[in-house]
Design a binder for this molecule. Sequence first.
Ligand code: AHR
Length: 373
Amino acid sequence: MKKFVALLLALMMVLAMGACSSNGTTTETPNDTAATDDAATTDDAATTDDAATEDTGAADGELIKVGFAQVGHESDWRTASTKSAQDVFTAENGYELSFVDCDNDSAVQLDAVRNFIQQGMDYIIIDPIVATGWDTVLTECEDEGIPVIVIDRTVDDSDKYVSWVGSNFKTEGLACGEWLKAYAAAQGITEINALVIEGSTGASATIGRTEGFKEIADREGWTILDSQNGDFTEAGGQEVMESYCQSYKGQFNVVICQNDNEAYGAMTAMDQAGVTYGVGGDVILVSFDANKAALQLVLDGKINANFECNPMAAPDVDAIIKQLEAGETPEKEVYMNESWFVAEDVAGETITVDGQEQALVLMTQEVLDARPY
Ligand code: AHR
């Protein structure tokens, strides 16, 4: 009997040790514990990400695939906009960027967006060359569950995008008009005969700036002698200005260029035609964008005023994507901060635009040095 009890105890101990041994493998070593916890975390994350994948298409640990259908490469502003995206949407920041330069061709841009859909992008960024013709392709994006973020120029015939980040182009045009009114009054100029070099036809940047300036011109009884398309390029600005110099010789005292590159072209044309411009010149020269090279010309007194269009939208787009990844709802419209730069301290320190008092920034070397683009 004693032998039987001893055997039974020995058997129980062996069984107990076996049980201990099996538990120990799972819980005893910190590494194993970590491995178990990691596995649990991964599973949890996978579950969370499955949900996220349903919402946005982005999978855990993978780079977020972003397709960007950029307008083209027509201007220095555009170069700064592209750089802003390429600096932000990097692998280091968790992104894989597919970039398409659409060369100012709307058909190419629509194709680019459809290719992004086929490639299964997680997000699509569009800077619309023109403001209309978007609803069908944006519906296709929506049907595939791909969030679209519009930057810079607006889409005016569809709201099937998550957010838009950009500038109020009409405000820029209004600001230009209000500044010209104050400047002309301070200089004793009673008659305004303006020539406008527009940006690309159908672009919301062109539409807004044209409308804003015209509103003030009509209110003040100014004459807009002509308004033609310079396509936002230096060559376009030069070509339009060369023809203006011939057609309106001696008749104009204001030239409004809807971007800096057009202003460079217009300056070349006026130089060739013997027309002086800028501070102390025959012609008041105004530009939009406020790239650093153009602000140097404001500092030099060659351009009288420059109305900023801020190209650094990518950090805001990054923030919007992060909000979407977190299941949050971003703002539908995000406006960029912009400033109005002037060569002379004669039109006062502020202008009132659409009922809002806004500062005029007198161009100095210090201001120029601080500019980011
Ligand atoms: O849409 C923004 C405009 O497009 C900028 O003013 C111009 O420089 C660019 O090409």
